[in-house]
Design a binder for this molecule. Structure first.
Ligand code: ADP
Ligand code: MG
Length: 365
């Protein structure tokens, strides 16, 4: 049983506030991903959980134990960090076997465990080699194997596949997910790559500037981002954001922006807006993902819901096309199907799929 609990966790390096009072509960057996841009405090958080970095303030519980003052060796955690820290005089096999030998596992069990991980992580060909001559990608997988080979309550993996090429990274993503399922242990995974976080984790923790922005399932993070940062950080191509104001009607509302007005028929959203004060005087930003805008060639049906625009460029990307559309002096991205035909400077109309329309209050952002 290993829950991990962070309470008002702080980390300062001199004047740099790397982690600013984060609260988080990680359940036993959960696969949690910390996601955020470089410098947002992910590694500092991991190193504090591991016991490699002194805590400036707050508490860390692993299981039911307060571990603030416990040495790393007594926390029963396994770690793989972005910098590989392999032992140069040892072969790959011996590097991976090292933690098991330190714990006096029988040699035949060591052999079978190491070999099994070597197969999963595609290392069997290099077991007799030394770290020095290996590529960064190989070294990283050895480091990952060394972390996963042992029994631990919690596995801490900090950007463990960041140095692999795209194809290998995709394979390793799936392998890690399966390994988590087999081990049935708590895993905390750090990445700046949103695809990795969404693909693997049960729960994603989005961080920025040392503060947690949102905690949720991959679906919640993607479809219900709680603020502009999360909405903007997650999703590729990125979400469109447009400054607007809002007018409420009986069963619909109007988005007003750049001289356009677009009527949105969505009674649920209308009801929510009615609960707020000053809807009309507030400045808003609406967000819509490129896949949730539809292109029409004429405005025959329902012109009050359409945004007129002009095609600026079309990018065929194989299984989709990205269309850049100008409206006034602004632009929107639309992700459409490969069979879409459109030419530069062509007039078109865009329809917002209101189910996926997000509204952000500009002042609280
Ligand atoms: P991430 O892993 O998300 O990239 P880090 O936790 O490594 O973020 O860093 C968070 C902030 O703390 C950054 O501003 C970084 O420069 C700073 N920082 C990290 N480690 C140290 C250190 N040992 N000394 C001083 N500042 C540090
Ligand atoms: Mg880091």
């Amino acid at each position: 049983m290993a829950k991990v609990e962070l309470k008002k966790l702080w980390k300062k390096y001199g004047k740099v506030e790397a982690v600013k009072g984060i609260d988080l509960s990680i359940q036993d057996r959960e696969f949690v991903a910390f996601l955020g841009p470089s410098g947002c405090g992910k590694t500092s958080t991991m190193r504090m959980i591991a016991g490699l970095e002194k805590i400036t303030g707050g508490e860390i519980y692993i299981g039911d134990r307060l571990v603030n003052e416990l040495d790393p060796g007594t926390r029963n955690i396994a770690m793989a960090f972005e910098s590989y820290a392999l032992y140069p005089p040892m072969t790959v096999f011996d590097n991976i076997a090292f933690p098991l030998r330190a714990m006096k596992y029988p040699e035949n069990e060591i052999k079978s465990r190491v070999q099994r991980l070597a197969e999963i992580l595609e290392l069997t060909d290099i077991m007799a080699k030394y770290p020095k001559g290996l590529s960064g990608g190989h070294q990283q997988r050895v480091s990952l194997a060394r972390a996963l080979v042992r029994d631990a309550d919690v596995y801490l993996l900090d950007e463990p596949i960041s140095h692999l090429d795209t194809k290998m990274r995709n394979r390793m993503r799936a392998e890690l997910k399966r390994i988590h399922g087999e081990l049935g242990k708590t895993m905390i995974y750090v990445t700046h790559d949103q695809v990795e976080a969404l693909a693997m984790a049960d729960k994603v923790v989005v961080m920025n500037f040392g503060v947690i922005q949102q905690v949720g399932t991959p679906q919640e993070i993607y479809f219900k981002p709680q603020n502009l940062f999360v909405a903007d950080f997650v999703g590729e191509p990125p979400m469109n954001f447009v400054d607007c104001s809002i007018e409420l009607k009986e069963k619909s509302f109007i988005l007003l922006f750049s001289g356009h007005s677009v009527e949105i028929h969505d009674e649920q959203k209308v009801a929510k807006l009615r609960e707020l004060e000053n809807v009309l005087s507030k400045k808003w930003i609406f967000g819509i993902r490129p896949t949730n805008l539809q292109i029409f060639k004429d405005e025959s049906n329902n012109s009050s819901s359409l945004i007129p625009g002009i095609i600026y460029a079309v990018e065929p990307l194989g299984d989709s096309k990205i269309v850049h559309v100008l409206y006034g002096d602004k632009s929107l991205l639309i992700e459409t199907t490969p069979d879409f035909i459109g030419s530069e400077d062509e007039k078109i109309f865009l329809k917002i799929d209101s189910d996926y329309l997000l509204l952000f209050d500009k002042e609280t952002e």
